[in-house]
Ligand binder design. Structure first.
Ligand SMILES: Nc1ncnc2c1ncn2[C@@H]1O[C@H](COP(=O)(O)OP(=O)(O)O)[C@@H](O)[C@H]1O
Ligand SMILES: [Mg+2]
Length: 236
């Protein structure tokens, strides 16, 4: 299997503050991989590097091409599409309009409509709320919209930054059912989560980031059994 993403020795930070210290990480085609870690571990910083929003040293290859110094919109056009922690939907646009904004890279209307139908099938609530102003929806529905909009960009790697953050448990369950369906469909996913139990239910492998370093990596089953993970992240 070929690598969709290969991160080697990536170091980055903000001004004099160094946050990432030589991170290595791979994602193969069709794989779902998680980056786990406590608040402040550097998860979002890593994603900013991958999306072209933060300079870094070291190497990051997406589909065998370097990401270093490449502009965010170019990286997105290549197919690395991120749903940021803050979601960034357009609150004044309708659900439908938000989704169409995500599909502007597809020149053919018929393609846009086909992908739109797939997104609405994955998140039926978005079909129900199609004409509603996005800003008036619940947090969970806005998260689904943010993921739906990213899917409209036909990602080759979908990157999710803490999709469960701030959502009620019932909504999280529904959201993760959709994430699981996406993974089962063969989409390559990099999932960042603080909720270790939740993430290990859907991914096949994970990296645990601590203080900007990969402290531990392994299959979901290995990490669930790891004493370190149990003590520090699962509270058991
Ligand atoms: N824009 C920023 N400017 C300065 N420091 C930042 C900025 N964003 C994050 N940091 C710092 O970088 C570290 C890692 O943050 P972050 O990558 O957001 O962690 P995580 O996503 O794992 O919670 C933290 O110490 C945080 O305070
Ligand atoms: Mg974060």
């Amino acid at each position: 299997m070929s690598n969709v993403l290969r991160v080697s020795n990536v170091t980055a930070g903000y001004g004099a503050l160094r946050v990432l210290h030589g991170v290595n990480l791979d994602v193969a085609e069709g794989e779902a991989v998680a980056v786990l870690g406590a608040n402040g571990a550097g998860k979002s910083t890593l994603l900013r590097c991958l999306s072209g929003l933060l300079p870094f040293s070291g190497e990051a290859l997406f589909l065998e091409q370097s990401i270093g110094g490449v502009a965010p919109h170019v990286i997105a056009r290549r197919g690395l599409i991120q749903v940021p922690e803050a979601r960034h939907i357009f609150p004044d646009l309708t659900v439908h309009e938000n989704l169409l904004v995500g599909g502007t890279a597809m020149p053919q209307r018929s393609d846009r409509m086909r992908v739109l139908d797939e997104v609405l099938a994955l998140f039926p609530i978005l079909a129900e709320r199609r004409r509603q102003q996005a800003g008036s929806m619940s947090g969970g529905q806005q998260q689904m919209l943010a993921i739906g909009r990213a899917l409209m960009g036909k990602p080759k790697l979908l990157v999710l930054d803490e999709p469960s953050l701030g959502l009620a448990p019932m909504v999280v369950r529904e959201l993760y059912q959709a994430v699981r369906r996406l993974i089962d469909s063969g989409l390559t996913v990099l999932l960042v989560e603080q909720d270790v139990t939740l993430a290990l239910q859907v991914v096949s492998r994970a990296y645990v980031l601590e203080g900007g370093r990969v402290a531990l990596t392994g299959s979901a089953a290995e990490l669930r059994e790891s004493t370190h993970v149990r003590e520090h992240y699962l509270g058991c």
